[in-house]
Ligand binder design. Structure first.
Ligand SMILES: [Zn+2]
Length: 456
């Protein structure tokens, strides 16, 4: 592809993005104007719509094939009864008076739990300056658009893996969904991306002559790190996000190199766990992975240079891995690298050689693996394909995105399986995903906590 093709594509993509954002702004404003109890009925397929009220009568979903994600077995012709947002019966008939949704020809499974996304980024601009050009307000509105895109693709629970904006637009998004202002998946959020100076999330890319004041996500000592963590906890972080190693999409860091010290990360774990919250660590290089695991973090994100010793350590400690495979694979195609600096593209090509050996080790040591995309909503299905291509069985990939994700997020009693008492997070696909995981590309039905989001 030549440069003009690429420029044209980026321009067109940006125009679509701007149009969508304008619709999102209008919808968010009208939702804000309405009283929280009196939500209007919006178009089901619009980019952003206030959620419809929970139906007063029971809904019975007739599932042609219902996947038990714990065993991988199908039950045929099951009626899932949903009342006030919860699954109340799994039976052989619909209760009297229930509204029946006929999914006889579909495969029905639990809603997807995506444990690694960033709702506030501009995904059409990966340039070094992009993070200095998105306000917290814009970031929250980007998120309002994006969460709907995830929802219609079957993601009913989403963990925001931290934002670069230090004013926490992701918390506003999470709370607006929880309060019924906008429609979206159930969310948990990490706070700031906590980084060393010059590390993977030091967003000041100006020359030394123009250097910005030190931002609150930068922590060069244990005490600075404690202050950053306490700020996150104060304003409502469910997760603390630590940069344990360098990364790819920045100008300065080396993904092989450890960044935050083990002592700093241990301090973060101590504070977060004391407050009943959790810690996730971006870790690519081996030393960063090892230090983060030893410090006691709950999940390693990416783990791209995992070695035998760190895999053994993770297995022993029960540390989670969220591998985000396809985000690295798709990035090497030139038309998706919009705005990327040549240095970032070089790092992206370089890091890919480590991914498969590390993932093979993770499988060999039976690590706890949860599903995370770290990309656009359109890429969720691609992550399932990448996990299976990388060596997981289709069932294991689906478990990563359901029961495992629920365990990682502490939501086992709420979601992750279609079982009596749980929230009604139910999706359907057209073909058997155990035979071909590519079936996850065609999500034709979505119910989130009892609300029908999408129907065939
Ligand atoms: Zn990420």
């Amino acid at each position: 592809m030549n440069c003009q093709d690429l420029a044209g594509r980026v321009r067109r993509a940006r125009a679509t993005w701007r149009r969508a954002t304008r619709v999102a702004v209008a919808a968010a404003l009208s939702a804000l104007a309405a009283a929280p109890g009196a939500v209007a009925q919006g178009p089901a397929d619009g980019p952003v719509a206030p959620p419809p009220p929970l139906p007063a009568t029971a809904i019975a979903i007739k599932a042609g094939r219902l996947l038990d994600v714990r065993t991988g077995l199908y039950r045929r012709d099951v009626y899932i009864t949903v009342e006030r947002g919860r699954i109340t019966v799994l039976g052989t008939s619909a209760p009297a008076g229930a509204r029946v949704i006929d999914l006889s020809g579909k495969v029905v499974l639990p809603g997807i739990i995506d444990a690694h996304e960033h709702t506030g980024d501009d995904l059409f601009n990966y340039s070094a300056a992009t993070r200095m050009r998105i306000s917290a307000a814009q970031s929250a509105l980007n998120g309002a658009y994006k969460v709907h895109q995830f929802l219609v693709r079957g993601v009913t629970t989403l963990r925001d893996a931290g934002e670069t904006n230090v004013y926490y637009p992701q918390f506003a998004l999470r709370d607006s969904i929880a309060n019924g202002l906008i429609e979206g998946p159930r969310m948990q959020c990490a706070g700031m991306l906590i980084s060393i100076s010059g590390g993977h999330s030091d967003d000041d890319t100006t020359a030394v002559d123009f250097g910005l004041p030190k931002r609150p996500n930068i922590a060069d000592t244990v005490d600075e790190l404690r202050i950053a963590v306490r700020r996150d906890l104060k304003y409502g972080a469910d997760w603390i996000k630590l940069m344990a190693s360098g990364g790819v999409v920045d100008l300065y860091s080396d993904f092989r190199t450890q960044e935050l010290s083990e002592e700093q990360m241990a301090a973060a774990v101590e504070l977060a766990h004391r407050a009943g919250r959790h810690v996730m660590a971006h870790a690519e290089g081996t030393a960063g992975i090892r230090a983060a695991v030893r410090a006691g973090v709950d999940s390693i994100e990416h783990g791209t240079m995992l070695d035998e010793e760190s895999a053994v350590l993770m297995a022993a400690k029960g540390t989670w891995l969220v591998p985000t495979l396809q985000a690295f694979q798709v990035g090497i195609e030139p038309d998706t690298g919009s705005g990327m600096d040549p240095e970032m593209l070089r790092k992206l090509r370089d890091i890919l050689q480590y991914q498969q050996p590390a993932f093979t080790l993770a499988l060999k040591h039976h690590l706890n693996i949860a599903f995370g995309g770290d990309d656009t909503a359109e890429s969720v299905a691609g992550e399932f394909v990448a996990l299976v291509k990388g060596g997981m069985t289709p069932l294991a990939a689906l478990q990563a995105a359901t029961i495992n994700g629920a365990r990682l997020l502490g939501l086992e009693s709420e979601t992750g399986a279609i079982e009596v008492g749980k929230a009604a997070d139910v999706i359907a696909v057209d073909a058997d995903p155990l035979a071909d995981i590519g079936a996850m590309k065609q999500v034709s039905f979505v119910m989130a906590a009892g609300r029908v989001i999408k129907q065939p």
